[in-house]
Write a protein that binds this ligand. Structure first.
Ligand code: FES
Length: 132
């Protein structure tokens, strides 16, 4: 079941370390606001659901967004890209190629490697805490 024509998840994951790469640090909240405004102007507010979400695992290349039902992974989305995404992807069904991660296997590998690094960092922090 797909209640909306499209469902866009935009990462707004805040990081405890303000120096850590993050989507909001690169403007994702502004992208969310621009997307909602542009969808409203295009009359698509009830057809394209926008949901903010936690980290998508591509933190150094944000703002990141995943669009279903196709499963299109966008990276580096800026406010300036939003009207094109709305008109070309959400109205005409054509994702914006320059912003799309085309290699699903590479995306998966990058996400898993970033997850491995994050878990190792967390484990080291927990061990350092336990040693005190
Ligand atoms: S902070 Fe957005 S993908 Fe990690």
């Amino acid at each position: 079941m797909e209640p909306f024509r499209y469902h866009a998840y935009i990462c707004t994951q805040e990081k405890p370390d303000p120096e850590a790469p993050s989507c909001p640090g690169r403007g994702s909240q502004e992208v969310v606001e621009a997307m909602r405004a542009e969808l409203g102007k295009a009359g698509l507010a009830d057809e394209v659901q926008v949901t903010t979400c936690g980290s998508l695992g591509l933190c150094t290349r944000g703002p990141n967004m995943v669009v279903y039902p196709e499963g299109v992974w966008y990276s580096g989305v800026q406010v300036e890209d939003v009207s094109e995404i709305v008109s070309e992807h959400f109205q005409n069904g054509q994702p914006i190629k320059r912003l799309v991660n085309e290699d699903a296997a590479a995306v998966k590998a990058e996400i898993l490697e970033n997850k491995r690094k994050a878990l190792a960092k967390l484990k080291a922090a927990q061990e350092a805490q336990a040693d005190r």
